[in-house]
Design a protein around this ligand. Structure first.
Ligand code: HSE
Length: 404
């Protein structure tokens, strides 16, 4: 057994406490050790000393500076690995904690501290460790991105959208840290620290929030085809480094322009790699808890393991997809009915259809609802065999997934 001591039982802490047992058996297959909650410290119950004594690793999800800082320094000094999602702490006392981890030969992991479940920390520390990074841009606060998205989408006021974000569990205990840009600034300090190998303190990050944004700013943005986002930037300027957070309009082609709702995204630019963008859920209890659990597993796995094959999932050949279907047909009575008949017989449901007359011929373009590919292929073959077809049918898959 591998004892995991949990400090904090708020939105993320309680999600982590229920996630760990769900994955314990799988983690045991992968690591050879079964992780178990060895104790939970909340404001009103639990003893830190007892939890520390019974744990191999401490997960800190209390947030804020004290008592989290004191607990983590004691855990590291006692030779325990630490996993935390505490961006305030890392952006102000990161150097002290990293030094303590190094001195004691233990791991300090913090994927959940920035951009929730988006694996930006390990990408900067591992995958991109060989690149010289010029700039990092990020949407790193889910609450403000949700608020701006909702204001733009529905015309809702700032206060109404913020209330919704709070009720969905995206916001900090004190949402002023979200809306005034300080939460994003803390995360940008951590990203800048890793991207540029330079100690960056939260006090060195200039930040503005979104409190001043009016609904009509978002209306104009829409008319102009621009997207308004709270953007964090960390960039090399000559021999210096600028780290800042402020609202900014983006042109539609920018990789961060289409990041909506509570999603976060981080773009890393470097001459060698051009540009890499990672995006995904940046806030929320279960989402952040899964990043925290990922760190726990990483801390348990000896370095350089080969990919485990403990699941042995079968490979699926036939998948469900929506399709665009393009048909050139004779323009005569009953043609549409014939096509519709084949689709109905094969269980393919039409979502939308457009027909254009072209002399004695017509172009029939439709999108069909998600269906097993084999079913769609059968329908397409039946349609191809119809005498009224003037050219082979053309089909393209349509991705319908929406996130956010
Ligand atoms: N309040 C934060 C956000 C949660 O909205 O992004 C994740 O740090």
């Amino acid at each position: 057994m591998f004892g995991v001591g949990l400090l904090g039982h708020g939105t993320v802490g309680s999600a982590f406490a229920s996630l760990l047992p769900q994955h314990a058996a799988r983690i045991e297959r992968v690591t050879g050790l079964r992780p178990e909650l060895s104790g939970v410290l909340t404001r009103s119950r639990g003893s830190f000393e007892e939890i520390l004594a019974g744990s191999d690793l401490i997960v800190e999800l209390i947030g804020g500076i004290e008592p989290a800082r004191g607990y983590l320094l004691r855990a590291l000094a006692a030779g325990r690995h630490v996993v935390t999602a505490n961006k305030q702490l890392l952006s102000q006392y990161g150097e002290e904690l990293w030094d303590a981890a190094r001195a004691n030969g233990v791991q300090l992991r913090f994927e959940g501290a920035v951009a929730g479940v988006v694996p930006v920390i390990r990408v900067l520390q591992e995958a991109l460790a060989g690149a010289t990074i010029d700039r990092v841009h990020g949407i790193v606060n889910g609450t403000t991105n949700f608020v701006l998205t909702e204001m733009a989408r529905t015309g809702m006021t700032f206060a109404e959208a913020l209330r919704q974000a709070q009720s969905l569990g995206y916001a900090e205990a004190d949402p002023s840290e979200d809306v005034d840009g300080r939460d994003a600034a803390a995360k940008m300090a951590i990203l800048a620290r890793l991207a540029f190998d330079t100690p960056v303190h939260l006090d060195q990050v200039r930040y503005e929030g979104i409190e001043q944004i009016q609904t009509d700013d978002l209306e104009y943005a829409r008319e102009l085809g621009l997207h308004l986002k709270l953007i964090g930037t960390a960039e090399r300027i000559g021999k210096g480094l600028s780290v800042r957070v402020h609202p900014a309009f983006l042109y539609p082609g920018h990789p961060l322009a289409t990041v909506t709702g509570p999603f976060n995204a981080v773009t890393v630019e470097s001459e060698a790699i051009t540009e890499v963008t990672m995006s995904g859920p940046g806030a929320g209890g279960p989402q952040t808890a899964s990043a925290v659990l990922g760190d726990v597993i990483s801390a348990m796995i000896p370095p350089a393991s080969t990919p485990p094959t403990s699941e042995m999932l079968a490979i699926v050949e036939d998948v469900v997809s929506a399709f665009y279907l393009h048909l050139e047909v004779a323009d005569e009575p009953g043609v549409l009915a014939q096509v519709a008949r084949v689709l109905a017989d094969r269980g393919v449901s039409v979502k939308s259809v457009v027909q254009k007359g072209l002399g004695d011929q017509a172009r029939l373009v439709m999108v069909v609802h998600p269906v097993l590919e084999s079913q769609f292929t059968a329908a397409r073959e039946d349609i191809a065999a119809l005498a009224v077809l003037r050219a082979p049918p053309r089909a393209i898959r349509v991705l319908e997934e929406e996130f956010g």
